[in-house]
Design a protein. Structure first.
Length: 76
């Protein structure tokens, strides 16, 4: 779980630096782990989602990541 949270933090840093691909890679890695608390990850991931939504929502990679988070939130 800590690794997943750390990856999300790395994603936030990458997104703030304008690197959408790295940001999404970090975010997706965090969400794919076997041992995870999805509600907690979604809460921690809000900052990354907010940056992606604000700066990259028009880009396909950004939209796909946001859609993935929305789908996960619905299942939790």
């Amino acid at each position: 779980m800590r690794m997943a949270e750390a990856r999300i933090t790395l994603g936030v840093v990458a997104a703030r630096q304008g690197d959408l691909d790295q940001a999404v890679n970090c975010g997706e890695w965090a969400l794919k782990g076997d041992r995870r608390s999805l509600p907690s990850l979604l809460m921690v991931g809000r900052e990354l989602a907010a940056i992606v939504n604000r700066d990259f929502a028009a880009e396909p990679t950004g939209r796909e990541y946001l859609d993935h988070l929305t789908a996960l939130a619905r299942t939790s």
